[in-house]
Ligand binder design. Structure first.
Ligand code: ADP
Ligand code: MG
Length: 322
């Protein structure tokens, strides 16, 4: 449904997108994951015809965005990073305006009402956009993308700047839309793509570094467990015991938070839960665990887990963490 081939965008010396290629199948929700400045917006702006590529091509449903921009754009609903809202219009005026802009042929009143039902904008339909909360503004941006009922939806960081409740609402909405659309969701938040997407394409420094089914990413993220334990007891002996416990692949003391206990970073072998064996081993010695914390992987860890063999990811942990 979406096909990007060797897209490169050069700004002077800088490659904002470097030979980017991927495809998204019809019905898929693809997560486009990468830190700030990775090249997500550049790629999406090229895909949607808002920006020209230095090299490469982008096709929507077989239609080249450069050769046939009008036909290609009709297939896409796009929510850019900065939604193109007219602050002085009411929601109704704005969506009618977008309807005209897109030369939409559907029954206007009915179509816009349906969109507002899906996106839940009915209660603010006649309000001026300027006065809406950020969450509502974002929904107006999504509504704008839905006008004309395009099969492909592209959302560039749709949850940035929203509060936690609004984030959940927008995520649920995207998930719902995913039942009937092909979607690209760009984000720098790993749990976001894990919660919503079928496939994750990771971009870093303008290059695609991974393209995996979400369950494979989850495995890379969860396979190796990294935990911190706060333990009361003689540091050297505790550390020796930690290292000797079966399933523990790595342990180090990372500091005292108080006089009584020491914090340890402990990594376990793949798919082994070391919490219970450690509890019993330490209890036998009468060295109490007073806190335990599972550390999630951050984006950087995920990159490493995906692009480097596991041994390397471990050696990084040994180098010490934040
Ligand atoms: P993301 O959306 O992943 O945060 P962008 O695609 O916006 O990343 O940017 C990728 C890189 O290209 C960044 O380093 C950014 O500074 C650079 N960049 C983006 N737009 C321009 C521009 N108009 N001129 C020069 N550099 C740009
Ligand atoms: Mg961006």
């Amino acid at each position: 449904m979406i096909e990007i081939n060797g897209v490169t965008k050069r700004y002077g010396e800088k490659l904002a997108a470097d030979n980017v290629s991927f495809t998204v199948k019809a019905g898929e929700i693809m997560g486009f994951l990468g830190p700030n400045g990775a090249g997500k917006s550049t790629t999406l702006n090229i895909l949607t015809g808002y920006l020209s590529a230095t090299e490469g091509s982008a096709k929507i449903d077989g239609i080249d965005i450069l050769e046939n921009p009008i036909a290609a754009k009709q297939k896409i609903g796009f929510l850019p990073e900065q939604p193109p809202l007219y602050m002085d219009m009411t929601v109704k005026e704005y969506l009618y305006f977008v309807y005209d802009l897109k030369h939409c042929k559907l029954d206007r009143e009915k179509h816009i009402r349906e969109i507002c039902n899906v996106v839940r904008l009915n209660e603010v339909f006649n309000r001026v956009i300027r006065n809406l909360s950020k969450g509502y503004k974002q929904r107006v941006g999504i509504a704008q993308a839905l006008v004309g009922n395009p099969p492909v939806l592209i959302f560039d960081e749709p949850t940035v700047g929203l509060d936690p409740k609004q984030i959940i609402e927008i995520r649920n909405l995207i998930k719902k839309l995913g039942k009937e659309h092909t979607i690209i969701l760009s984000t720098h938040i790993l749990p976001e793509v894990q919660a919503i997407c079928d496939r994750i394409v990771v971009i870093n420094g303008g290059k695609i570094v991974a393209n995996e089914k979400t369950e494979n990413i989850a495995r890379a993220v969860e396979g190796k467990r990294r935990m911190t334990f706060h333990i009361c007891g003689p540091q050297n002996e505790v550390l020796k015991l930690l290292k000797a416990t079966p399933g523990v692949s790595y342990a180090e003391a990372i500091g005292n938070r108080d006089l009584d206990s020491v914090a340890y970073l402990v990594e376990s072998e793949e798919n082994i839960d070391i919490r219970k064996p450690l509890f019993f081993a330490l209890a036998e010695k009468r060295w109490p665990i007073i806190a335990m914390d599972v550390m999630g992987m951050d984006l950087e860890d995920v990159f490493l887990a995906l692009v480097a063999p596991p041994a390397k990811a471990t050696s990084r942990a040994k180098g010490g963490r934040k």
